[in-house]
Design a protein around this ligand. Sequence first.
Ligand code: ATP
Length: 587
Amino acid sequence: MAQCNVRLEYMASDGGLIRSQTGRNILVDVKLNDAGEPRIFIELKPQVELRIGKGIRVFNGKVEEGMLTISMPVAMGQRLQILLSAALPKQLRELCGSLRAALFGRDPNDRDCSSSKHCNDENADPQARKRQRSHPGPLHDDPAAGDRRPGARQPPRNSGKPEKPIQRGTESENLTQAQERVLEQIRSGKNVFFTGSAGTGKSYLLQKVVNLLPAATTFICATTGLAACNIGGITLNQFAGIGRAEGSAQELLKYAARGAGLERWRRCKTLVIDEVSMLDGDLFDKLEFIAREIRNSVQPFGGIQLVLSGDFHQLPPVSKGDERRLFAFEGLAWQRCIKICIELTEVKRQTDMSFIRVLNAIREGKCSQEQLRELKAMCRSGEDDHADGILPTKLHTHRKECDHINAMHLEELPGDFVTFKAQKAAGSDGAYQSLLASCPVRAMLHLKVGAQVTLVKTVDLARGLCNGARGVVVRFTATLKLPVVHFACGTECVVERQQWNLAGASMLQVPLELGWALSIHKSQGMTLDRVEVSLEKVFECGQAYVALSRASSAHGLRLVGRLTGDAIRAHPKVVDFYERLRHMKIH
Ligand SMILES: Nc1ncnc2c1ncn2[C@@H]1O[C@H](COP(=O)(O)OP(=O)(O)OP(=O)(O)O)[C@@H](O)[C@H]1O
């Protein structure tokens, strides 16, 4: 099995592209289907299952660079090119072994790839080779790193060749009307800010946006390392090449206009920034200045298309001491660049309308005493009575408190620890340390049978295995000692290591965190099945809202401690911003 970026290209008999589909961090495997026949399974949505038969060609010349191309006939003289990239070479070698085994009628689990007889690059179709070259290279999630590795794909330069048009089609499946509108505006090249309350599908939509835009000229960034890891991108500071962003705009320009940073600024056509609520307005202004200077352009943001996503009612920019940071919308760059704001209003995380109404009132800091009483009445109270042994996760304002609670509970469990050490796959020591610091998983994960765990990466949405899914470790597998987790949604499965990438570093680790307690900061973006919230220590606007809105239902939310209106605060500037936004009816 390989986890990689995937591009499927359906080609007409004359070599023209009919349609394509892309995805990042997708699982690709060769295994037997229910009828016992070997198939290639690609975990796109919907899943793609392909027959392995006559006419299949495998171009494995770039396996060591994390790329592999498979070409096969489909219907009516058409061919399908499967372009895999950003994979671990070991996984691709195994995939080639399984393919060869399948072609020769052996069990695809025989993954020996020592011979390259039938996985040979020599007779590669030149067109497929060309496309493989233009396909995202190893660790493409960090375009910044692409140019530093020996032999890595060079970014396309301004050759005058028109860029591949943005594809329509599969990306817009299952979207709400507002989500569709966002995609439409992005397709037409506009700068777009899309926002909405928790659970309205901003992250869901962002994934579609990422799949939609050409990988070579699109940079996927987030304001924090954690958020960047979650979307398979890089931090905004890494993109900009400005280190810790300390200094005046002129000083930052000097850093940005060097080496790989300069190359990224020049190459970038679309810049996606997630969790924009945590972007400091002053920094946004400086970046806009840098963009115009480096690109020698008077256009807003130097002509780069901006796609911003986030909810200003959630966590704000991190303050430095007493110095209050500006919201991004307070800066001049916002006025200059952002003309299209689209608010997603259809909540997808929860279905209970009265719970959604109370959450929305909390978001806007307008929760009446009556609504607070209503919330208390809706939520669970008293003892944990979950028959499956999965306890609610306690959300806390401070990470240290969570670490203490988790360590204590784990220690109390009987039995031996099983430890999972993160496996470094690529990157310098510095980049690897940054990845570890940003990643939602730890360098060392200690588990025991009975440990409460939270899944920290969406691995299979259809089976309820999303970021935040709660479960309990029921055993470890005999050979690899991987954890088998029973999840609150009813699924029980082996949790395998997943790949994490950031800024040129890559590692494999089991995507679990201890689940007795979790910091509110770390929970941002998650959907939690069972959660316990105490709002007594809340110190920041938006914190109470982030904590409460993680719950997928009021039934799965337990409120403890005193709940007063004081804990529920919305920042007046944010309230004003959203009022203006709605009043202006920009969209
Ligand atoms: N159009 C859609 N169709 C089906 N499910 C959706 C859709 N949009 C979002 N969802 C689902 O709704 C849930 C919440 O979505 P998501 O996490 O993207 O919301 P969000 O706006 O990013 O929330 P938050 O602000 O809390 O991070 C997820 O389980 C997601 O898969």
